[in-house]
Design a protein around this ligand. Structure first.
Ligand SMILES: C[S@@+](CC[C@H](N)C(=O)[O-])C[C@H]1O[C@@H](n2cnc3c(N)ncnc32)[C@H](O)[C@@H]1O
Length: 841
């Protein structure tokens, strides 16, 4: 249900549902109508009721009373089906469920029972719980329910890493198979706090028999910031990243540190649940959310598939509850001149908002800032895997060039670079290669000509006269270039249809030669400024180095300028579970999918290696963050705020993005042309790097995010590196990052280190990348200065192109680092190779 008309710039309206923990009334079409009238989009319903619950409890107690203590077999195994008496929960009866198939079912989210304990160490309890879940899932599927909310694993018996979690994961895997059209949402808290859990009356967990409990278990309250995420990781790994397995994330009143928030942001969170207790009261007494909550929700809502919001226990749907109807009815009015107390009360009730939490959320929806140009440009492309372009071997379509040309920054920056280069040329009184003192400019790989237009404009702006040469090998784009020359550039451009690597350079007829043999022949003269844009998402991946190597010899010796002057490739390891699941899905039709680099507008990812968070130190404790969240609650904007103040911006921790290698033009290492071949050899364009990334918090590495930076000329630079892009080329949209996947994700422990080894390889016919990842755990070996953390002690080091060689890890499984930390290898990927790409022919 939409409250505001959407324009192209607006982000999606929120889909908001209502959940009551103890909903008694069976949901009908009428209930949904009431919910819609109140501005809710959906409701939740339990699958079974208290009748069923009581039936299972009596079955359990009668079974327990008839049981003998579990017996052990000869090898000591206990409590398997061989030595425990089986119990079967009988099928559902009409009295067991409030649910029947009806027209409203599509707007209902079913909830499975929270009183079961799939994690119980007592196999009897775990088995009954499993049977209850299967009965509920099967009946929900029969009724046509599409979305199920399944309460997450229970912590009553140990933390989330206890063996019970595997039983839980196994049950979910089974549930996925019996309901092939249901999306399962595992309802999880953001962080694990064990030892504080309470049991409700009728919960199965306290029925676990003592012989199955571990008496030595530590029951003190413990917070594990990544414990709940770890549990989710185990569940979804057991379920093989199933596409119908999603997260319902409960937002706590006090949000944990940003690193935990960004971790959940990268996961397939399809529901955000917000309990009434998560809200705080503003000065007028209305329920509002803290600034930290607003920022997190705003970030989630900008995802390609924004999560739905479920408001939990925030009060009934007006009109739906019988007694609610009587409350909202008109109070009798006394026919006197002055209002009585009863009249005043009735008047007040008229202005009373029966759903203040919902009103607040709708207000928050309206306050979402409009989509930025980048977001509009990237609509539908968030986390969407695309094959990188190969403009050297494939002739691009006009529409592809058109998309490039929408960039508001790239062409403007090129124009600035050319203007500066022209001005400097004149200022430095460099000799020009053109007749009449003109600076000879060549745009190589001109496409539809936007850089030609910009270079001509730069010449007009600076008053420096140029002779313009344009080279393009795409015969279709060349037709358009000819049109432009006639209609836009006034015939001022010399057009050459050629591969730049075989172009001999600007030419002019030799006039007045003394030698009659030279009459009518052509003379090739140098280029002063060579302009190109052959960069891919990883800088060199569209073979800019190889193409420019073939044309740089035409540059004026000693003076010639290449724009760009240089470019570098940059990397950082990421958790990208959604991309991993997508690539797994493609494996059957395309076995090379896991070794293909993809161009992708990265969104639902988490950087595994980050510097300190924006608001505090790297070692910000849970409590530090909690108190900062509390501080921010006081200035929360209220539902009745007349201004549409946008929610605060979510400031994610800064990733550590390291340079892998770089290319410069001129390249002094280009070998001379051999006498036997027309091609130059390409070994000088081989690169190798080994980069170490400190990772403070545990996580899973699914692959590497790749970016580039380029110096066009002097201080004019472009960057897609998230750390520098806002300073160097804010708002540039031409390039999405590149993603190098790992076939098998690697688990990174707390205080870990991810070491990436990558190569740019060539066999003179092709260029390709090879990459592998190792994971190390940093362990303290000797007492060191107290405050030294592994992160600080292992400054990122790198080995790139042989220039700054610092070995980061020995070839053994361990090596000792400085500051008393030992690096222990705990995981390693295979060497991946993108051999199919990068054809030079
Ligand atoms: C990424 S597009 C850039 C087009 C245009 N300069 C722009 O910025 O919009 C690269 C262009 O270079 C051309 N190209 C690539 N390799 C080339 C080569 N070896 N010789 C000539 N043109 C080439 C492609 O056909 C394509 O038109």
């Amino acid at each position: 249900m939409e409250t505001v008309p959407e324009t192209e710039d607006m982000i999606h309206s929120f889909c908001i549902g209502q959940h009551e923990s103890n909903r008694q009334v069976p949901l009908s079409t009428r209930s949904i109508q009431f919910a819609h009238a109140s501005n809710y989009d959906m409701l939740t319903t339990p699958i079974t009721n208290s009748h069923f619950h009581s039936r299972v409890l009596s079955l359990l107690s009668s079974h327990l009373s008839s049981l003998e203590p579990p017996s052990y077999d000869s090898i000591g195994t206990r409590a398997t089906s061989l030595n425990t008496k089986a119990v079967t929960v009988p099928p559902l009866s009409p009295a067991d469920t409030p649910l029947t198939p009806n027209e409203a079912i599509s707007q209902v989210v079913g909830i499975t029972s929270s009183w079961i304990d799939l994690c119980s160490p007592d196999p009897l309890i775990a088995e009954i719980s499993r049977q209850v879940l299967m009965l509920e899932v099967a009946y929900a599927a029969f009724c046509g329910i599409s979305y199920l909310l399944v309460p997450g694993p229970k912590l009553q018996h140990g933390n989330l890493h206890c063996e019970g979690l595997i039983y839980y994961a196994r049950a979910i895997q089974e549930a996925l198979t019996i309901a092939p059209y249901i999306q399962f949402h595992i309802w999880l808290k953001m962080i694990e706090i064990s030892g504080l859990e309470t049991t409700e009356m009728g919960d199965l967990s306290p029925f676990a028999r003592t012989e199955f409990l571990d008496p030595s278990e530590d029951r003190s309250a413990k917070i594990d910031l990544f414990g709940a995420w770890d549990a989710w990781e185990i569940i979804r790994t057991t379920c093989k990243h199933h596409s119908r397995l999603l997260v319902a994330l409960a937002l706590p009143k006090l949000l944990p540190i940003l690193q935990v928030q960004t971790r959940w942001y990268s996961e397939p969170v399809h529901l955000l649940t917000i309990n009434a207790t998560t809200f705080i009261k503003n000065q007028k007494g209305y329920p509002v959310l803290s600034k930290a909550h607003q920022a997190l929700i705003a970030k989630f809502m900008r995802l390609r598939t924004p999560p739905w919001i479920l408001l939990c226990d925030v009060g009934p749907i007006p009109g739906l509850e019988a007694d609610d109807v009587s409350q909202t009815g008109e109070a009798p009015v006394d026919k006197t001149d002055y209002p009585t107390i009863a009249q005043t009360m009735a008047q007040a009730r008229k202005h009373h908002d029966p759903t203040p939490h919902l009103s607040y959320m709708r207000n928050l929806q309206q306050r979402q800032p409009p989509r930025t140009p980048i977001e509009r440009f990237g609509t539908g492309y968030q986390d969407y895997l695309q094959a990188p372009l190969q403009p050297l071997t494939v002739n691009l379509e006009s529409i592809t060039y058109e998309v490039f040309e929408k960039d508001p920054i790239k062409y403007a920056w090129y124009e600035r670079a050319v203007a500066k280069a022209l001005s400097d040329w004149m200022e430095q009184k460099k000799p020009t290669s053109g007749p009449d003192g003109k600076v000879v400019v060549a745009v190589v790989g001109a496409g539809r000509g936007p850089l030609v237009t910009r270079a001509l404009r730069a010449s007009a702006e600076t008053g420096v006269k140029i002779e313009m040469w344009v080279v393009e090998k795409n015969p279709n784009a060349f037709v358009l270039l000819q049109h432009h020359n006639e209609n836009i550039w006034g015939g001022a451009v010399n057009l050459v249809k050629s591969d730049m690597r075989s172009w001999k350079g600007p030419h002019r007829e030799i006039e007045n030669s003394a030698d009659p043999q030279n009459q009518g022949s052509v003379d090739h003269t140098p280029i002063d400024i060579l302009i190109s844009e052959l960069l891919g998402s990883f800088g060199d991946n569209e073979l800019s180095p190889e193409c420019l190597d073939g044309v740089t010899h035409l540059l004026s010796p000693g003076h010639g300028i290449s724009i760009p002057a240089s470019y570098s490739a940059h990397l950082t390891p990421i958790a990208a579970p959604k991309l991993y699941a997508d690539i797994c899905g493609q494996r059957i039709s395309n076995p090379a999918a896991p070794e293909t680099p993809y161009v992708v507008m990265l969104h639902a990812i988490d950087y595994l290696s980050t510097t300190s968070s924006p608001g505090g130190g790297q070692a910000a404790s849970h409590t530090t963050q909690l108190s900062s969240s509390v501080t921010s609650t006081h200035s929360a904007v209220g539902a009745r705020s007349s201004t549409l103040t946008p929610p605060p911006v979510f400031e994610a921790p800064t990733p550590i993005v390291l340079p892998a290698w770089s290319f410069s033009h001129h390249n002094p290492n280009i070998p001379p042309l051999s006498t036997t071949s027309s091609m130059i050899t390409n070994e000088h364009n081989v690169r190798q790097t080994r980069l170490a990334f400190p990772c403070q918090n545990r996580g899973v590495c699914h692959g590497l995010a790749g970016y580039f930076e380029t110096v066009l000329y002097s201080d004019i630079e472009l960057s897609t590196n998230p750390v520098t892009m806002d300073a160097k080329s804010p708002g540039m949209i031409s390039w999405f990052p590149i993603y190098f996947p790992l076939k098998t994700p690697l688990y990174v422990p707390d205080n870990g280190e991810v070491v990436v080894t990558m190569y740019r390889q060539t066999d003179n016919r092709k260029v390709w990348y090879e990459w592998m990842v190792e994971v190390f755990r940093l362990e303290r070996t000797s007492p060191t200065p107290a405050a030294t953390s592994p992160q600080r002690s292992t400054t990122p080091v790198m080995m790139s192109g042989g220039n700054r060689a610092v070995p980061v890890a020995s070839s053994g499984t361990t090596n000792k680092t400085q500051n008393g930390y030992q690096r222990i290898r705990v995981g390693m990927s295979e060497m991946h190779s993108s051999i199919k790409d990068g054809c030079l022919m």
